[in-house]
Design a protein. Structure first.
Lengths: 139, 139
């Protein structure tokens, strides 16, 4: 698959490595210049410095017809814009949109984002599950 | 006589633009709710402003919903962030079906994407340049 990763910090480093190991090609767009330099020194991926919510930056990234966009910006609204821009202007229909506010998961799905995930929500579910297991089913 | 209909308006983001809009809507007999995360922003409302003020983050959808977003007859998203205004406008129009939704959007690609739905974008720099062109007599 050809994948656009927009925004994000340390999480992107591991994600790019993992996606490329499984045979995907990755383009990363990031608004932090030192982080872009770090990413491009570590990975054989194209790295574009710029604001991923801008069409002209995505133009530079040459992502027309990619299979998937993964939006990992710090701001939920920016991630919605990235996913909508990718679909409207670059024909990328599949999106994984990370959100900070767990309530936005349902909202983003209603707005047509194919997959919205909240780390806060997932981690709290896992902690809850692990707590139940640690208690061995006792209350 | 006829049924008295109460027109309600929500203005999110009270910078110079949002404040003027809130004052104008209040003058036009709308019941206005002005929302900003910074309470000092409300100092710019007219003495005659008859609406209410709410301290909340414009990107917190639950807070907007709690203050009547779904039932508003007019919504104006006028924060200083394009993405936030886009998110608010999409939610108001696409999820809650608010009839008259307006968003301040500087980015023209984002503005035209928003206008593919029922919400309308207002682009301040474009309006200013048109005014400049007219005032300067440039054709």
């Amino acid at each position: 698959m050809r994948i656009l990763i927009a925004g994000g910090r340390s999480r992107t480093d591991y994600l790019i490595e993992s996606l490329m190991k499984s045979g995907n090609s990755v383009v990363a767009v990031n608004g932090n210049r030192p982080w872009c330099e770090y990413l491009s020194s570590r990975h054989d991926a194209a790295v574009v410095y710029g604001d991923a919510t801008k069409r002209y930056v995505l133009d530079d990234a040459d992502i027309e017809g990619f299979d998937l966009v993964i939006a990992m910006c710090d701001n939920d609204a920016d991630n919605l814009v990235v996913c909508d821009m990718a679909r409207r202007y670059f024909g990328i229909d599949h999106a994984v949109c990370t959100v900070y506010n767990p309530r936005n998961v349902a909202v983003f799905k209603k707005l047509g984002i194919s997959s919205a995930i909240s780390a806060t929500y997932m981690v709290s579910r896992l902690i809850e599950q692990a707590s139940m297991e640690a208690m061995g089913g006792h209350d | 006589m006829g049924i008295i209909s109460i027109k309600t308006a929500i203005v999110i983001g009270c910078g110079a633009l949002g404040l003027s809009a809130a004052n104008m809507l209040s003058d036009a007999k709308f019941e206005v709710t002005a929302i900003d995360k910074d309470p000092s922003a409300f100092a710019g409302l007219d003495i005659g402003f008859g609406g209410q003020t709410v301290i909340a983050d414009g990107s917190d959808i639950a807070a907007l919903e709690a203050h009547g977003l779904a039932d508003a007859s007019l919504v104006f998203a006028s924060t200083d962030a394009d993405s936030t205004n886009y998110l608010i406008a999409r939610i108001a129009s696409d999820i809650f079906g608010v009839g008259r939704v307006f968003a301040r959007i500087e980015d023209e690609d984002l503005a035209s994407m928003l206008e593919e739905g029922t919400a309308q974008a207002i682009c301040p720099h474009k309006l200013c340049v048109n005014e400049l062109r007219q005032l300067a007599g440039i054709r």
